[in-house]
Design a protein around this ligand. Structure first.
Ligand SMILES: Cc1cc2nc3c(=O)[nH]c(=O)nc-3n(C[C@H](O)[C@H](O)[C@H](O)COP(=O)(O)O)c2cc1C
Length: 191
């Protein structure tokens, strides 16, 4: 009798573990990925992740583009991509990353896409870079989502090197835009 009880208990524990793992695997997964040399775009990526984490029923992966595996791109329901502005372009590493995305059969079609950037100054490339990344996502057939507020309509951006924003950590006003972007993408991916 005692043996039977032990077997039943072990079976229930294993079954619960199996159900938990299956649930975790079936949650929509959001890939938040970025390139960052001096930490500003990384700080925005972490704020995006904080926003996603406010949404129930979705999971996320947060990592630099250099660490992303192709399978993580294919598994993702949404990709939120961040770049610093370099001479009014996305960082070359981000362009290379996009160029590496699988295209045959359009496996990224209908995935959600969203972007965030950091740039040194106002109106010297941030919006151009957001649209550049958005355009590439659209070539893949992705569905683009902007931020929660009109101030992040095309994605979240932060100014990191001009006037009062120079020489500091990324300011809260910009991190809030990133959180809003993460939350909105999380909401959409969960639907
Ligand atoms: C080579 C280079 C070119 C840059 N060009 C621009 C630019 O055209 N416009 C802009 O707003 N900021 C420009 N910046 C500033 C960076 O975009 C800004 O410092 C950014 O926040 C850095 O992000 P990170 O800390 O994630 O590396 C440039 C920086 C570098 C290193």
């Amino acid at each position: 009798m005692k043996n039977r009880n032990i077997k039943a208990t072990v079976f229930i524990i294993l079954l619960r573990g199996f159900i938990e793992v299956s649930n975790a695997q079936s949650l929509p997964s959001i890939l938040i990925t970025y390139h960052s040399e001096s930490g500003k775009t990384k700080a925005m990526a972490e704020a995006v992740a904080e926003g996603v984490s406010q949404v129930q029923g979705v999971s996320y992966i947060l990592k630099p583009i250099s660490k992303v595996q192709e399978q993580e791109i294919l598994n993702a329901s949404a990709i939120i991509l961040g770049s610093p502005v370099y001479n009014a372009n996305m960082a070359p590493q981000v362009q290379e990353f996009i160029n590496s995305w699988p295209f045959d059969g359009r496996p990224l079609k209908d995935k959600i896409g969203a972007v965030f950037v950091t740039g040194g100054g106002f109106s010297i490339g941030e919006e151009a870079v957001m649209f550049s990344m958005i355009r590439s996502m659209m070539i893949h057939g992705m569905v683009i989502v902007g931020g929660e507020e009109v101030e992040a309509a095309f994605g979240a951006s932060a100014i990191t090197g001009e006037g009062e924003f120079d020489g500091k950590e990324v300011q809260e006003i910009f991190l809030e835009k990133a959180k809003g972007l993460g939350k909105r993408v999380g909401d959409m991916a969960g639907r």
